[in-house]
Design a protein around this ligand. Structure first.
Ligand code: ADP
Ligand code: MG
Length: 603
């Protein structure tokens, strides 16, 4: 029965290539250590069998069903340290660190399962005795590979290292000059969690780095218990900082500040242990408890990271120093490789199954590796000047906008403030203003039409009065000449009707002459036909003389009064003019008639 599969395809492809998208799964590699001499002596059986390069079969004693697990790579007890180094994919992480990514390799598993051995080889045989090269672990091999790689790069690279351990929930600097003292873990936005005052040592050769490693290993806490003669009692983190020093990049100003660039961190976790199995007492039990607690916090974070709703859920990285320092590797922007270590012994089966399940879950955890930011290039001098000028202009315009009187612009209170805040607001205000003006224009047009109508009626009346005036004048002309126009012909039937309220004689009302009209002469039937054109011109001139102006109707000029005045009043302003003219004409007609009765009018 196969319990878990690798989340994605070919392990070689996954291990040798860079991050391929926003979500990159944690790579998990399994290492099975060989049966120890003590285990063989006790006659313990192996329950683990590798099938192929990626699958591990677990055969429980007593004939239970086999359980299979798949990982990026599975390395059995016969694998050499070099096999592990080549298969685990740490070189890919080294390449990514050189490109500026933050990468982490950590070993995980039960105590005595070979974590420290896998990372740094067997414990030193004595003070100052180096580990034989064939047994050197992933770390020493990576150091050798990396320094060789750096020498063949085109750009100069600066390398730094730090080494710390978390012992009983306290951080101790393994490279400190004096005796290690507890250091605080801090957090900020750019660096995330970091250890304050941690010594970061620059190194330039493999030898110098190996010395730093030896120094840290020798200071690290370890104790002997029944399962491991040199059991690590702390979690250890060795970090390499790789920075490409381009002309634009400056070295860190503060001595405590870490150099910008890629990171490659090796984490050797203290193993989980059953206090009963290890027989730990007193201080050992205290250490075991604190190790187990921090591993439990790590397990809890991984479980939550696997939650599909993880974006909503809070990951309690702050629960332990270990999870704080691994936060970026587990759920952040780092690239992570886990080397799970297990013992093949049937005695360790429960812990082995627990590690295998845990590791299977971890390979479904994804991170979002962040591409390194290109170094900040200083803008050329002229661009900088231009930028400064634009900033000044911007400030000036802003201050002008701030000084604008909202009342003067026709806006008020909050609306004005809003309109000033953005151009969109100003545009809205203009649109509203336009709408208002459009309405006003429409009102003015309707009042003008109204005035035109009134003007037309009045002009008609004026014309009639002029006709009547001319008729009256004509009648007063003495001596021989053409017959005057007959009033009953000149005055339209409507006016006859209007002016003659009482109809004298038997004439139909419409044909009757006005009361003031003289009686028609006997030859008046054909008088209109005989009238000459020059006489008509003469009468028009006379009318104009009387009115002192042209009698053609025209549109009244629009008043220059306030815009908000009533349109009716405005349109009606033309009416008094016409009414006055009408009144004047009436007076003139009356005067002419009176004069006509007493004396002949002047020619
Ligand atoms: P852990 O760090 O997981 O507690 P260690 O790495 O200290 O365990 O290993 C426990 C013991 O087993 C050590 O003595 C170590 O030398 C030995 N050991 C572990 N893995 C191997 C291996 N692959 N080959 C040979 N010896 C190993
Ligand atoms: Mg160890």
């Amino acid at each position: 029965m196969e319990e878990r599969g690798s989340p994605d395809g070919d392990p070689a492809r996954n291990l040798e290539q860079g991050p391929e998208g926003p979500e990159t799964p944690i790579q998990v590699v399994l290492r099975v250590r060989p049966m120890s001499a003590a285990e063989l002596r006790r006659g313990e059986q192996s329950v683990l069998h590798c099938s192929g390069t990626r699958t591990l079969q677990v055969s429980p004693p007593g004939g239970g069903p086999d359980v299979a697990f798949r990982f990026g790579a599975v390395l059995d007890g016969a694998s050499t340290q070099d096999d592990v180094f080549r298969a685990c994919g740490v070189r890919r992480l080294g390449e990514l660190a050189l490109r500026g990514f933050s990468c982490t390799v950590f070993t995980f598993g039960q105590t005595g399962s070979g974590k420290t051995y896998t990372l740094t080889g067997p414990p030193p045989q004595g003070e100052g005795v180096p580990v034989p090269p064939s047994l050197a672990g992933i770390m020493q091999r990576t150091f050798t590979w990396l320094l060789d790689r750096v020498q063949h790069l085109d750009v100069p690279v600066t390398l730094h290292a730090s080494y710390l351990e978390i012992y009983n929930e306290q951080i101790r600097d393994l490279l400190s000059l004096g005796a290690p003292r507890p250091l605080p873990v801090r957090w900020n936005k750019t660096r995330g969690f970091y250890v304050e005052q941690l010594r970061v040592v620059e190194f330039g050769s493999l030898g110098a780095l190996m010395e730093l490693l030896q120094m840290g290993l020798s200071r690290r806490r370890s104790s002997a218990h029944t399962l491991n003669q040199a059991s690590s009692r702390s979690h250890a983190l060795l970090t390499l900082y790789i920075s490409h020093q381009t002309p634009q990049q400056m070295p860190p100003v503060d001595a405590g500040e870490l150099p910008a660039g890629g990171k490659l961190c090796f984490v050797d976790l203290a193993g989980s242990e059953k206090v009963v199995a290890t027989g730990s007492r007193g201080e050992l039990m205290l250490e075991a408890n604190s190790i187990n607690r921090s591993l439990l916090a790590l397990g809890h974070c991984i479980s939550l990271l696997l939650d599909p709703q993880r974006k909503q859920s809070h990951i309690p990285f702050r629960d332990s120093k270990l999870t704080k320092l691994l936060a970026d590797s587990l759920g952040g922007h780092g690239v992570t490789l886990m080397v799970a270590c297990v013992s093949p012994s049937a005695q360790c089966l429960p812990e082995t199954l627990s590690t295998l399940r845990y590791a299977s879950r971890a390979q479904r955890v994804t991170t979002r590796p962040q591409a390194p930011r290109p170094p900040k290039v200083k803008p050329p001098q002229h661009l900088e000047t231009e930028l400064l000028q634009l900033q000044e202009e911007n400030l000036h315009l802003r201050s002008q906008l701030g000084q604008m009187d909202p009342k003067a612009s026709g806006l008020s209170g909050a609306r004005a403030a809003w309109a000033q805040r953005n151009l969109y607001g100003m545009l809205q205000e203009f649109m509203l203003e336009n709408e208002r003006l459009r309405k006003e224009k429409k009102q003015l047009q309707s009042s003008r039409d109204l005035a035109h109508g009134e003007q037309r009626i009045l002009a008609q009346q004026v014309r009639e009065l002029e006709r009547r005036l001319l008729s009256a004048c004509y009648l007063q002309q003495p001596g021989p000449g053409p017959a005057p126009p007959c009033p009953c012909v000149m005055v339209p039937p409507l006016l006859c009707h209007v002016f003659g309220s009482k109809a004298p004689g038997d004439w139909p009302l419409s044909a009757r002459p006005p009361p003031w009209a003289p009686p028609c002469c006997p030859s008046s039937a054909k008088c209109s036909r005989e009238r000459s054109r020059s006489e008509w011109t003469q009468t028009q001139v006379l009318a104009e003389m009387l009115t002192k102006e042209k009698v053609m109707p025209s549109a009244p000029p629009l008043p220059a009064g306030p815009l908000n005045a009533s349109p009716v009043l405005r349109g009606g302003a033309a009416v008094p003019n016409l009414a006055r003219r009408l009144e004047a004409l009436r007076d003139q007609i009356g005067t002419s008639l009176r004069r006509g009765r007493s004396q002949p009018p002047p020619r």
